[in-house]
Design a protein around this ligand. Structure first.
Ligand SMILES: *[C@@H]1O[C@H](CO)[C@@H](O)[C@H](O)[C@H]1NC(C)=O
Ligand SMILES: *[C@@H]1O[C@H](CO)[C@@H](O)[C@H](O)[C@H]1NC(C)=O
Ligand SMILES: *[C@@H]1O[C@H](CO)[C@@H](O)[C@H](O)[C@H]1NC(C)=O
Length: 364
């Protein structure tokens, strides 16, 4: 009897151990298992040697960064949808915007693209860290007493988006693209920093109520990264105020010296505090932008021929500006749209289909 009993309990024990092991495995997010595959690094075109090394070390974080670049590109398209340069050149087949020749230039638009890409990475990585999807980072559990002091009925708690890890990663990943000490690398690093800074300075606070049925007797709060739209709006403003620096310009010299760390302390002191802060807060670029009117493949400019323009708009999508004086063609377009929607009790929304017959203007 005894041997048989042992045999059964052994079997049960084995089953329990096996189940426990399987469950432990399942507790690790599935996302991580997928992304921890290093071969993804070779699907990203044009990574530098250093970037590839970083990707091999942290393939899951790198994939989160790629997601952030997609947020950045769609926000860029939103911000520039009415402009001659509408950011569509950053939509690449490989979903890696840095393959666009725009990133090798030094235009005002390049500065925006650099900053928003860096911001997108900071946002996406910070979120995924706190989702528990990444191997090398988790929640940020610091208390931000300097931002908001805890009171009796609320406290810092929960899982803040890990902005500290994500800004470090964004800097490592992007600044490694260019290691030269030339104007391009300096300007690029500066704009990358602005992107990270804007995210860091605009963290939001989110709270959850506790207590009997929504009484909110007690709250716990944590920090989340800002929405991409907030970042897009801020960076668009910085784009409007961006500073042009040229090789011969004293301004650029200043920046270059700052980066080369060759600025003597004397001259450092002479530099007014105010000027320093504007340099440090603004986007910078070093090449005058083209008009973006005509196509130029070498700079990844599509031109505006064929773009829809608005005859009555005062904005940059007005026909005279968008078509660069070439004029426009009127095209008749008939399309259908849901309309006259009514709410019906209960609970349906019923709409008609309307036919819209309109004339649209298209740049010559
Ligand atoms: C952006 O511009 C390109 C080239 O001029 C055009 O093909 C594309 O349709 C535009 N995109 C939007 C959303 O207007
Ligand atoms: C054109 O611009 C006017 C004025 O800003 C606006 O009211 C209208 O909706 C625009 N039309 C289209 C098709 O975007
Ligand atoms: C068209 O847009 C340009 C650029 O935004 C602007 O300078 C110009 O005043 C606009 N023209 C009209 C007629 O609204």
């Amino acid at each position: 009897m005894l041997p048989e009993f042992t045999h059964t309990s052994c079997l049960i024990l084995t089953l329990v151990i096996f189940t426990c092991m399987t469950m432990a495995k399942l507790r690790r997010p599935i996302l991580y298992n997928l992304h921890s595959d290093r071969t993804v690094c070779r699907t990203i075109p044009g990574l530098s040697k250093d970037q590839m090394e970083l990707c091999y070390k942290e393939p899951d974080t790198t994939m989160a960064a790629m997601k952030g670049l997609q947020y950045a590109v769609s926000e860029c398209q939103h911000q520039f949808k009415e402009q001659r340069w509408n950011c569509s050149s950053l939509v690449t087949k490989e979903k890696y915007p840095y393959t666009s020749p725009l990133f090798r230039k030094g235009f005002r638009e390049t500065s925006f693209a650099q900053a928003i890409s860096s911001a997108g990475i900071s946002i996406a990585v910070a979120r995924e860290c706190s989702l528990g999807a990444l191997l090398n980072c988790g929640c940020d559990s610091r208390k931000y007493q300097n931002q908001m002091r805890e009171t009796l009925n609320w406290k810092w708690s929960g899982c803040s988006h890990n902005i500290h890890y994500s800004t470090r990663f964004a800097k490592l990943f992007l600044d490694r693209r260019e290691k030269a000490k030339d104007i391009h690398a300096n300007v690029n690093h500066h704009n990358n920093r602005i992107g990270r800074m804007v995210v860091k300075n605009n963290m939001q606070i989110k709270c959850k109520c506790h207590g009997m049925s929504g009484s909110c007797e007690f709250k716990t709060c944590w920090r989340i990264v800002p929405d991409m739209r907030i970042i897009g709006n801020i960076l668009k403003e910085k784009y409007r105020n961006a500073h042009l620096f040229t090789m011969s310009n004293r301004g650029f010299k200043k920046i270059r010296e700052k980066y080369d760390n060759r600025l003597s302390s004397q001259r450092k002191r002479r530099r007014s505090k105010e000027k320093k802060s504007t340099h440090r807060q603004n986007l910078i670029y070093y090449q005058t932008s083209p008009s973006y009117c005509e196509a130029d493949i070498s700079a990844d400019v599509a031109g505006t021929s064929g773009r829809f323009c608005n005859r009555t708009s005062n904005g940059p999508d007005n026909c005279s500006s968008l078509c660069c004086g070439r004029g426009y063609n009127l095209l008749r377009r008939i399309r259908t749209e849901l309309c006259k929607c009514k709410f019906e009790w209960c609970c349906e929304v019923k709409c008609d289909t309307c036919t819209i017959d309109e004339w649209i203007s298209v740049c010559k």
